[in-house]
Design a protein around this ligand. Structure first.
Ligand code: WTA
Length: 647
């Protein structure tokens, strides 16, 4: 197969911050002389006290540790706000586009944002929040979410954002895990004209969280929500009396910045912890180079702040770089499938960064919705969260970008803090579907099942050799799990959980997760999490969940369910279980297929053979492999014979 190659456009090669030669030079230096490279790159941050040590990192069990810029001190909110005031105080920092296109647009300057952050930080302090305390944020995509993040960073509190689509149960689990005593929320969220009962969800969650003493509630839709005396505070009333000055707290580089829960291959989501110094350098640097970003350009990352992309590329990276960053509350299809491109026109967005799942959904609606808009402001497009299939890539490139905007297909993870493998628009010829080349300081490697390095072209498990500043530092409350999850499979390397191919030109092609994690609409989910939700239902004896190919979502959720004896496995139960999972985790975990299974394929030692279930999920029975080690091989025939066809 001949792969299409899109050379770097001449104007990009000429004008970009990084052209091909610079990329080669800088990359080589970052690998050969990391100390020198990072000492220089870190100068993009205003340090309160400069660091003298660049890095102390080891992935080996004996002296395991990850520490960057250790003796330096800084404050991220000062880097995102205060230092811009003299030069760009009146520049718009956040352009807010509400769910309803007709009302509520906001343009918040750096000066305004600074004042709002200080006031809110003072309110947090007044409620007893101190450096190191955990603050749970359960807010819709509104500017106050960014205000809350930056206010936490300002006073050294650790924020933990929980995606506003998660259920009360999921929220409660995350509040409890990090022992957070304060929750920030809104009366309701708005998505595609529908109201999301955020405050009601918090009330429900807090029945299981006796440690929460303060809930700050943003009146967003103005709905009448019950307030608990002494615990609940109205956001506006709370900040009203606060001073617009709040001294940023001096943070050590390795002081925690935020926790973000993400799914792994075991049941309980992990609290990924990022720290202040390394993350700041990494988020700012990657944002600048990946998007060839110059201060003041209008930039839009369409991710939700509930995910890491929202942290690094809606809020922190852009604001550190003096950007005008767009925040969009709604969904791509509301009021119609033109919405994204209407926003692009309205704000004259130059750089747009989105997810393949949204593109696939829009692509299905036809080109007219795109062509009804101008998009002439667009210069660069980005993709994140999952592999982008060549059809979606080419639609994005040709229809949305009219063939003139490079696409940066960025591979990274919650754990990596920022982009790890990506084309750079002025440096890398594009191959549709390939995340291309490593970011500065990143040394990807492919290993085979035995841990042997695959050199040249080949396919294997993707690992990273050596640390980079934006790397997560621990799993909150479980450092051992951190080591076990990422550093024990292949000794001395960070294991990503992804499979990957490298071609003759050294381009990387992510092939998807090789662990029990699935990627549904760009949202990462542990199959074990969905299984434990299912078995928590009183009619379910056992459940196994696998991913299945899905045209829009990339992967869908396929659940095999064995019911308890005497339970009628019918359509009603199917509906009940779908509802149950949505209730336990949230709508993003809605199973696409539930297959009732009298038995699951197990080895004689009782281990479920997921390989076989995955094949059945894929509707591919040709290659089931060796089933002779199964305790009861007839189970498989039964599953195949009764496979329901998805609607
Ligand atoms: C997948 C999102 C292919 C991958 C930033 C990874 C991708 C997981 C890409 C992390 C991409 C992300 N191409 N796959 N460009 N970007 N992934 O933690 O499987 O939500 O391990 O971080 O998404 O998902 P997470």
């Amino acid at each position: 197969m001949v792969e299409a190659l899109y050379p770097v456009p001449a104007d990009w090669a000429q004008n970009a911050l990084i052209d091909e030669t610079r990329y080669q030079e800088k990359y080589a230096r970052s690998i050969d002389d990391p100390e020198g490279f990072w000492a220089e790159e870190a100068q993009r941050i205003d340090w309160i006290k400069p660091f003298s040590v660049v890095k102390q990192t080891s992935f080996d069990e004996a002296d395991f540790g990850i520490s960057w810029f250790t003796d330096g001190t800084l404050n991220l909110s000062a880097n995102a706000l205060d230092r811009h005031l003299a030069t760009r105080g009146d520049q718009v920092a956040i352009l807010f586009e509400p769910d309803d296109p007709t009302t509520g647009e906001r343009r918040i300057t750096y000066r305004d944002l600074h004042a709002q952050v200080c006031r809110f930080a003072n309110l947090l302090k007044a409620r007893g929040v101190r450096k190191g305390d955990r603050v749970t944020i359960y807010l819709p995509m509104v500017p106050e979410a960014a205000v809350a993040m930056l206010a936490c960073a300002r006073i050294g509190a650790i924020h933990s954002i929980v995606f506003a689509g998660f259920s009360p149960d999921a929220l409660a689990g995350r509040i409890t895990d990090c022992d957070s005593s304060i929750v920030l929320t809104a009366d309701q969220g708005l998505r595609g004209g529908k109201r999301v009962p955020l405050k009601a969800n918090v009330d429900e969650a807090l029945k299981d969280c006796p440690g929460v003493g303060t809930v700050i509630v943003l009146a967003h839709t103005g709905a009448d929500v019950p307030m608990v005396e002494g615990r609940d505070i109205d956001w506006a009333a709370g900040v009203a009396g606060q001073s617009a000055d709040c001294e940023p707290v001096e943070m050590a580089a390795e002081d925690p910045l935020f926790i973000l829960y993400t799914s792994g291959s075991t049941g309980k989501p992990k609290g990924v912890l990022h720290t202040t110094g390394g993350y700041s350098v990494w988020a700012s640097m990657t944002h600048e180079y990946v998007f060839d970003y110059r201060p003041g350009q209008i930039y839009w990352c369409a991710a939700d702040i509930g995910w890491v992309t929202g942290h690094s590329y809606v809020v922190y990276g852009p604001l550190m770089n003096g950007a005008t960053t767009v925040m969009f509350e709604g969904v791509p299809s509301y009021p119609d499938a033109s919405r994204f491109w209407q926003i692009v026109d309205k704000f004259e967005v130059e750089i747009f960064y989105g997810a393949p799942t949204a593109l696939r959904a829009l692509m299905r609606e036809g080109d007219d919705f795109v062509k009804a808009t101008s998009r002439k402001s667009l210069r660069l497009l980005g993709s994140v969260g999952e592999p982008i299939n060549p059809e979606a890539w080419s639609w994005y490139y040709n229809v949305v970008g009219e063939g003139r905007c490079p696409i940066v297909d960025t591979w990274w993870q919650t754990e990596t803090g920022g982009v790890m493998i990506t084309p750079l628009p002025g440096a890398t010829a594009l191959k549709p579907g390939s995340a291309s080349k490593p970011m500065f300081g990143v040394k990807p490697m492919l290993l085979d099942g035995e841990g042997k390095e695959i050199t040249g072209a080949g396919e294997g498990c993707l690992v990273v050799a050596g640390s980079w500043p934006g790397q997560m530092r621990t799993v909150w409350g479980d450092h051992e799990r951190f080591f076990q999850t990422y550093f024990s499979t292949f000794k001395g390397f960070y294991f990503t959980g992804d499979g990957c191919r490298r071609d003759e030109d050294g381009y990387y092609w992510i092939t998807g997760r090789i662990d029990d994690v699935i990627n549904v609409s760009g949202h990462r989910m542990g199959t074990a999490e969905i299984e434990s939700a299912l078995v928590a239902h009183h009619k379910v004896a056992e459940a196994a969940v696998v991913g299945m190919p899905h045209e829009i979502k990339g992967q869908g959720i396929y659940a095999f369910v064995t019911t308890n004896v005497g339970v009628e496995a019918d359509e009603d139960l199917r509906r009940e279980l779908v509802k149950w999972v949505r209730h336990e985790i949230g709508p993003i975990a809605t199973p696409d297929v539930i297959q009732f299974a009298p038995g699951l394929p197990k080895t004689r030692s009782g281990k479920i053979m997921r390989r076989i279930l995955r094949k059945i999920g894929e509707n591919d029975f040709s290659n089931l492999g060796d089933t002779s080690t199964l305790a009861d091989p007839s189970v498989v025939d039964n599953l195949i014979a009764n496979r329901p066809q998805p609607a």
